[in-house]
Design a protein around this ligand. Structure first.
Ligand SMILES: NC(=O)c1ccc[n+]([C@@H]2O[C@H](COP(=O)([O-])OP(=O)(O)OC[C@H]3O[C@@H](n4cnc5c(N)ncnc54)[C@H](O)[C@@H]3O)[C@@H](O)[C@H]2O)c1
Length: 270
């Protein structure tokens, strides 16, 4: 169902790789709600070509950008404003990658060059996005910027290794840039801490199936699916949440407030 929540709004959506991606679902919902936006992803990810289907469906243009490159981001924000015909109302940062996780390195055996890459791609890129938006004065007043996080920023999930630190930095950047952009442009900046979700990035983490099932059994509402995460992001881009900023918002079916659940007790008592 559409409520026209984003009618007349212009956006940039990072991170739609394939139809399982959270960003893909956000783009579909944003279109339904009347937004115009450009899609972007790393040039390498474009090679898969899946994003073209989404672009066609949403009548959106694609502008490749490596989110770690300030130059690419400058080009992206310049072109996005040209294409969309004005300043940007919303940005979704849906980017995460750890070479250490990809290569199966344990926390005690991290490659530090890769650790820096994890931080650059998954956290500093968020700072760079807002830095470029600020320098170009590209955001509309009362605009909204959202990045996706995970509870490993606060709690220990051993297989999430250096991504845990990346998410902690990401959430801190949201608070600190949220202050700047709030004061200067009334732009709000938040992170959404999403349940484990079966996407390329998600299932790449060791033991994913176990912690997906565990989180599902711990959460009174069950794990939040990607579609529901998209709905939540849409509300954050809409004018209905204009005074929510500098928050890490839990979108996890109740997981983060639980100690133990009856389902888990039952499972362990078997
Ligand atoms: N899947 C989960 O369980 C889960 C849970 C909580 C939070 N998240 C977060 O959600 C976000 C989206 O991930 P997803 O689960 O949809 O997986 P995904 O693999 O579909 O998306 C990750 C995206 O990051 C992009 N990316 C990687 N390096 C990049 C770079 N240098 N420049 C630009 N883009 C780059 C990839 O191309 C891909 O589109 C990530 O921040 C992830 O950490 C995921």
């Amino acid at each position: 169902m559409s409520y026209n929540l984003l009618k007349g709004k212009r956006g940039i959506i990072f991170g739609a790789l394939d139809e399982k991606s959270i960003a893909w679902k956000v783009a579909m919902r944003a279109k339904e709600e009347g937004a115009e936006f450009v899609l972007t992803n790393a040039p390498l990810a474009m090679r898969m070509g899946e994003i073209n289907k989404l672009a066609e469906h949403c009548n959106a243009q694609i502008i490749p950008a490596d989110a770690t490159s300030v130059e690419d981001l400058e080009n992206l924000f310049t072109k996005a404003q040209e294409i969309l015909g004005g300043k940007i109302d919303f940005v979704l940062h849906s980017i995460g990658m750890s070479p250490n996780i990809r290569k199966g390195k344990s926390y005690g055996d991290l490659n530090y060059e890769w650790f820096l890459k994890t931080l650059d791609i998954s956290a500093l890129s968020f700072h760079k996005v807002m830095h470029v938006a600020e320098k170009q004065d590209a955001m509309s007043e009362w605009g909204s910027i959202v990045a996706l996080s995970y509870i490993a920023a606060q709690r220990v999930f051993p297989d999430y290794t250096d991504m845990s630190q990346a998410k902690a930095v990401l959430e801190s950047i949201a608070r600190n840039y949220g202050y700047r952009l709030g004061r200067s442009k009334k732009v709000r900046v938040n992170t959404v801490s999403q349940s484990p979700t079966k996407t390329t990035a998600g299932t790449g983490v060791g033991g994913f199936d176990a912690f997906f099932d565990y989180a599902d059994k711990m959460s009174p509402l069950g794990n939040a699916p990607a579609e529901a995460c998209a709905d939540y992001c849409i509300t954050l881009f809409s004018d209905l949440t204009r005074y929510v900023t500098m928050q890490n918002l839990m979108h996890d079916g109740g997981f983060s407030t639980m100690g133990i659940s009856e389902d888990i007790v039952e499972l362990i008592s078997k």
